[in-house]
Design a protein around this ligand. Sequence first.
Ligand code: SAM
Length: 331
Amino acid sequence: MHTLRERNRFKLIGVRAEEQRASFGEDVAQGLSRTPKRLSYRFLYDAEGSRLFEAICALPEYYPTRVETGILRGHVDALGTSFGSALWFVELGSGSDRKARILIEGLLRRGKDVCYAPIDISRHALEKNCEALLETYPGLRIHAVAADYLEGLRHLKSESDGPMLVAWLGSSIGNLERDDAVAFVAQVRRWMNPTDRFLVGIDLRKDAAILERAYRDSQGVTERFIKNVLTRINRELGGHFDLESMEYEAPYDGEAGRVDMLLTSKRRQDVPIDGLSLVVHLDRGESIHAESSYKYSREEIAALGRQAGMKLEAQWMDVSGWFSVNLFAPT
Ligand SMILES: C[S@@+](CC[C@H](N)C(=O)[O-])C[C@H]1O[C@@H](n2cnc3c(N)ncnc32)[C@H](O)[C@@H]1O
């Protein structure tokens, strides 16, 4: 990783654009050569993807942002009690600064000396938000990392000089297969000291109709967000995807507790990707899997923590029991 920018109160380190592009190309070549075809959710977030995700958060059907924000507002004061006078507030996949502001303000209100350390692969969104935060909070230091979650966290572990509150919000854990989620939390656990805490926003199992509406909205914003990965392949890798030839679907599998976001070919077609010297063959009705969103029950959350070596110190939910914010401590 390299220092990309540094000035008073602000440091940005990360992976350079060309390295990111290389890993995007490798992932696309691998994912579109296998059966079933699959792309990694993390490539949904370029500058346009981050902008579209923000638009999703404002949709009436997309309850997670609204509900999680309400829970954080209601319980932020309790969070401060877990820490001494100074801490690093690390945010995995920070996206917009909406939730960071709630937590930063809550911690500052309790007189904490805070160093905010957001980690996000979307560098554009990261820089924009940091600028705004530095302006609002004159006492805040920011050490931002434009990189993959665990790469960023490993780096921060060697930089930080105090207890850490690591937050992973927005139900981002749901993008991981269940076993991978346990492995991820266990890795975070390995880097935690006894005084560190891990705050995770987890969406709960619920009625299929509510979930399918949330992930396939009436204005087609989620469809544009998911299809943006094809636009990105066309632009960055010389692809020739015709977006109109792909249908967006988001079925909920109640048994697996998972919404799958799929792009399904409306016709038999061959799509060249010049930059990868690859031709992708798609049959009519064949899908490319772009993202999953796993939902959890309360028992599944407790089991996840146990398997990863964590205990639930607090769990907060909204009155409808749609979403949960979980504070894990290492055991
Ligand atoms: C579902 S959004 C959540 C954004 C925000 N935390 C919220 O709660 O609204 C996921 C965020 O994580 C970032 N992201 C996705 N995969 C990532 C990865 N593997 N490493 C680092 N950041 C990632 C995206 O750029 C995006 O900002």
